[in-house]
Design a protein around this ligand. Sequence first.
Ligand code: 6CS
Ligand code: FE
Length: 313
Amino acid sequence: MDTESLFSTQNSNSKDAYPSRGGRKAALVERLDPVAYAPNLNQSPVAPALVEQYQNQGFLILEDVFDAREIEVFQRELETVCNDPQLKDSEKTITEPDSGSIRSVFQIHQFNPIFKRLAADVRLAGLAQFLLNDQVYIHQSRLNYKPGFVGKEFYWHSDFETWHVEDGMPRMRALSISITLTENYEFNGPLMLIPGSHKRYAVCEGETPEGHYKASLKKQELGVPSDKSLSSLVNQSEIVTATGKPGSLILFDCNLMHGSNGNITPFPRSNLFFVYNALSNRIVEPFCGNAPRPEHICSRTHIEPIEPKVKPL
Ligand code: 6CS
Ligand code: FE
């Protein structure tokens, strides 16, 4: 990355350390930030080897994190949210482009008491706090339904590229935790991850239109890596599918390249996603210069540090 762009003041509050789009050419540039900010492994809530794995690969898949009773509660909530007529018509709900089926419901940590409590659970927030070595808050939460037969793909992308350009997230000090609510098989559109891809930042081409999220959350065609960048990341690594029974936990770095295929099977692939951002990395103005995305897509006015909870759900 040339030093000029590093010090360009595209944003009154913060330097643009990861410029993308805005007439730039696609490229893979080095990550400037640590991955695991954890200070000392002997206080780790997980085996130190898992912290090393997260540092090197950019993700962790932990099975059997929740017991049968907890999973039953989550699955009941999944149905409640899915069948709520008011939610269906709200801006929090994104539908699939063709069938009109529910694709995602955003901000579930704000309006659903069970998922609000889950977002603060020590098994999630405590782990995020340790790896980011800071207090954390929820930058974004969503239920991705990926229904059977009509659940469409999520094209390859780095979440951070979008959150940096369109939300103003300054640095790579955030991570996502996904909880599987239904079985994530090899064949019903599981998350596909490229181990180690988090260490390179994929600069994307194109200009960001105002209100881009209205299209990108249905089908993302901008803020995606070029074929050359994606091929290079895969050739230096591989593609791993994050399969798991309900109640598994998939944790991945904000800059890990990931995507998922469509689901033409009868089996829905429904997962919860909570995005934990370090309090010291709170968002500033969007680096693309557009109007900020709404609160249900990214927390801007409700930035509440989480106190991880240990009492049973
Ligand atoms: O724009 C976003 O914030 C969302 N887009 C994708 C495809 N993944 C992250 C997030 O849900
Ligand atoms: Fe994503």
